[in-house]
Ligand binder design. Structure first.
Ligand SMILES: [Zn+2]
Length: 111
């Protein structure tokens, strides 16, 4: 599983997740660009009211800005004590296993 952004073939605007239409110019063609796995936590939250099926009391989610592309994405952060400005590395994993697996970013703190 790879981490991809979607680059507009007309204007070069990067999108994540994939959009049907470029938000900058309206073009509908994109090329995949691999995302570097490291970035910085802009903000985070702890969610207690999880959907049915999660066997944990809470999960933490973060908004992270990637170093190389500047893209801002959301995902789960694998830390009980996240901090704004924390350095993280992302992987893509199955976030929830159901009839249809949902893939998303998982952020792990970097030393
Ligand atoms: Zn565009």
């Amino acid at each position: 599983m790879e981490l991809n952004a979607y680059k507009c073939t007309e204007c070069g605007e990067l999108h994540h997740p994939r959009h049907m239409v470029c938000r900058a110019c309206g073009n509908r063609d994109f090329e995949e660009v691999e995302l570097n796995g490291e970035g910085t936590v802009l903000t985070w939250t702890r969610v207690f009211n999880l959907p049915e099926g999660y066997m944990v009391p809470y999960l933490c989610f973060a908004i992270v800005k990637f170093d190389d592309t500047g893209l801002v994405v959301s995902g789960r952060i694998d830390s009980d004590d996240p901090q704004i400005g924390m350095r993280v590395k992302s992987t893509v994993a199955i976030v929830k296993e159901t009839e249809i697996d949902h893939y998303g970013f998982i952020f792990e703190p970097v030393d």
